[in-house]
Design a protein around this ligand. Sequence first.
Ligand code: NAP
Length: 130
Amino acid sequence: MKIAIITGASSGLGVEFTKTIIEQYPKLDEIWVIARRKDRLKNLAKHNPDKKIRTIALDLGVDEEYRKLEILLADVKPQISILINNAGYECSGNFRDMSTSDIQNMLSVNVKGLTMVQRICSPYFAKKFY
Ligand SMILES: NC(=O)c1ccc[n+]([C@@H]2O[C@H](COP(=O)([O-])OP(=O)(O)OC[C@H]3O[C@@H](n4cnc5c(N)ncnc54)[C@H](OP(=O)(O)O)[C@@H]3O)[C@@H](O)[C@H]2O)c1
């Protein structure tokens, strides 16, 4: 089974990436969309009833949450044709005014989350792209 995975698919660029993948790669069997806001992911699926879109609610700033993706991949064993590792955010305002917890959370999502998603997905990358 060939799939695409898009993280941060609940808004902004992630929604646009997802729409583009649906349009450009119609032969993919499933599209997996990841973010915390499940309602928005479900809405994306609802607007694309012809596609099998799997909505996965994960907080990529929390270590234990990667494990859920790892378990799902081990269970389904898909071939990942496309990974859009897009989830992330930036705190706005002056760096010196940001709280330590805000900075640490931003690093957890943007650096650790992104790296771990790449690592967890890498054994499943399709040898032939599409
Ligand atoms: N737009 C720009 O000009 C720009 C410039 C440079 C870099 N970027 C980067 O490009 C990416 C997309 O930007 P955007 O403008 O489309 O931002 P956005 O509209 O705020 O979307 C960010 C996405 O990341 C998800 N996300 C944030 N924290 C998460 C977490 N802890 N766990 C799982 N998902 C999380 C959000 O979903 P939930 O809130 O539902 O979890 C959302 O779907 C981000 O990584 C951003 O830093 C954007």
